[in-house]
Design a protein around this ligand. Structure first.
Ligand code: 5AD
Ligand code: SF4
Length: 475
């Protein structure tokens, strides 16, 4: 297979994994007959939704191998950490949690411990885990999730550590069992990998080049989710706007949205992430025409200074970004926007940072996901001079939060008096209330009977509190 062709992990390879799964199932059944106890699995996925979606595939395979599930590490017979490498903090948490598992393993030497995901796809990290955490049995990368049954079988039987960090860059794995975390909201990956190489970001190195799933498979899966009662489908990709670009003749993302919108049923469509450089009129028109698609676009700007945007390799200027927002606003009535912001990119000055604040004031986001720059080994930004002390960056960060929380409250207050459509997802913070997200992605809480959990309700907004709306059901 050459570097440009996208292939699927073939059926024979998956069939082989199913055979391993059924062998493990038999071993687990034998254990149950002897002990009266089912073996239990605990998986934890760190980081982005894409990773959480991978975690559901790990769980699907574990269920097929006869494992039950637990949240309690002391009870677990197999623990898998599905890791994130986007920031150092996420990696440190994994190391901390892995360190704590040493005691579990000492108490229960037969338990299995696995580490997978983006962290392990970096050579220096895989080496560190191999050396410093000798009680970790399985270390495998983002390209080896489908090989879990073989790895579990091998470690159960031979008690030997296994490592699979091969880069199967151009492959897509279809047909893996998925165990959804809930019954209301489902993740649906439409593509994997990223070609953008933003200079701060490790993702293209650990998840490989962009490859899109076939629209036929995605639409069939969406139908199935709706038929099984899911009320929200979140389409996932690092940059959904370039969906299909690497597959000749494939639908555009805008067209895909319209086709999923045409599926019968009462459900909502969300998607993330849209890269601003590829967000087009076609996309906004598709959203405007598709009533099931939420009126909210997550369009990460990262920063407001053109100098820094260039160093980040983002492919747009602040002015171009603002034009895109304006186009979206004109096309989609009442659109809401959110963004990711990085503070303290190498070489960013306070003047640059002020341009980010100025941009926030112009766009007026409903919410932000804010990060202090974290240097990632192997990225281009990691080689850039970074003279600003971390303490200064934390001060800028605090200033950013202050500015945004004022904007958010003002944005939310504008909603008072309007009627919003909410998917009642969970019990609210106040006794006797439910909470859920509006079509703009805002949390809304309202008094309601539990019977309404899982349905869409119209709510009249009566108040706006920190980070959420409060309202009453409109009959
Ligand atoms: N440091 C800080 N934030 C980062 N992100 C990605 N890489 C880094 C990094 N090295 C943020 C970006 C991205 C989000 C998912 O994580 O804002 O959009
Ligand atoms: Fe990272 Fe940029 Fe790709 Fe997003 S678009 S995953 S920030 S490289």
């Amino acid at each position: 297979m050459n570097n440009r062709t996208v292939g699927a992990i073939d059926d024979t390879a998956l069939e082989e994994q199913r055979r391993f799964a059924s062998l493990v199932f038999d071993i687990n059944e034998a254990y149950f007959s002897q002990t009266g106890r089912h073996r239990l699995a605990l998986t934890h996925s760190y980081g982005c939704q894409q990773n959480v979606a991978d975690g559901e595939k790990l769980n699907g395979q574990l269920a097929e191998m006869g494992y039950g599930f637990t949240d309690n590490a002391d009870e677990a017979d197999i623990i898998i950490y599905n890791t994130c490498a986007v920031r150092e903090h996420a990696e440190d948490r994994v190391y901390g949690n892995l360190g704590a598992l040493k005691h579990n393993k000492r108490r229960k030497p037969n338990m299995l411990i696995g580490v997978c995901g983006c962290m392990t796809q970096q050579e220096h990290v895989a080496e560190k885990i191999k050396k410093s955490y000798p009680y970790v049995d399985m270390v495998f990368g983002t390209y080896a999730i489908h090989k879990l049954p073989e790895m579990v079988y091998g470690t159960l039987l031979n008690r030997k550590r296994v490592f699979d960090l091969e880069e199967r860059q151009n492959y897509i794995t279809e047909g893996l069992p998925v165990r959804h975390d809930g019954t209301l909201k489902a993740w649906l990956p439409v593509m994997y990998g990223c070609n953008n190489f933003c200079t701060y970001c490790i993702v293209p190195y650990v998840r490989g080049r962009e490859r899109s799933r076939s629209s036929e498979t995605i639409i069939a899966e969406a139908k199935q989710l709706v038929e099984s009662g899911f009320k929200e489908i979140m389409l996932l990709g690092q940059n959904v706007n370039s969906y299909g670009n690497t597959t000749p003749g494939e639908l555009s993302f805008a067209e895909l949205l319209k086709r999923i919108n045409a599926i019968e049923g009462d459900f909502r469509i969300k998607f993330m992430t849209s890269h601003p450089k590829d967000a087009t009129a076609e996309l906004f028109n598709a959203i405007a025409q598709s009533e099931k698609v939420e009126r909210h676009i997550h369009l990460p700007v990262q920063c407001g200074s053109n100098r820094i945007l260039k160093l980040m390799n983002r492919g747009y200027t602040a002015e171009k970004y603002l034009e895109t927002i304006e186009l979206a606003r004109q096309t989609i009535k009442d659109a809401a926007f959110t963004s990711d912001i990085i503070v303290g990119f190498p070489g960013e000055t306070y003047e640059d940072f002020k341009e980010t604040l100025a941009l926030l004031d112009k766009v007026r986001y409903d919410a932000l996901f804010t990060f202090i720059y974290s240097s990632r080994q192997g990225t281009r930004a990691a080689e850039m001079e970074d003279p600003v002390p971390y303490k200064d960056k934390t001060e800028w960060f605090a200033e950013l939060l202050k500015v945004q929380s004022k904007i958010a409250v003002e944005q939310y207050q504008k909603k008072i008096g309007s009627v919003v459509r909410v998917l009642a997802e969970a019990k609210g913070k106040t006794e006797g209330s439910l909470s859920g997200k509006t079509e703009h992605g805002t949390t809304c809480e309202f008094p309601a009977h539990e019977q309404l959990l899982g349905s869409f309700v119209n709510v009249k907004v009566t108040d706006a509190q920190n980070w959420s709306l409060v309202g009453e059901i409109q009959q």
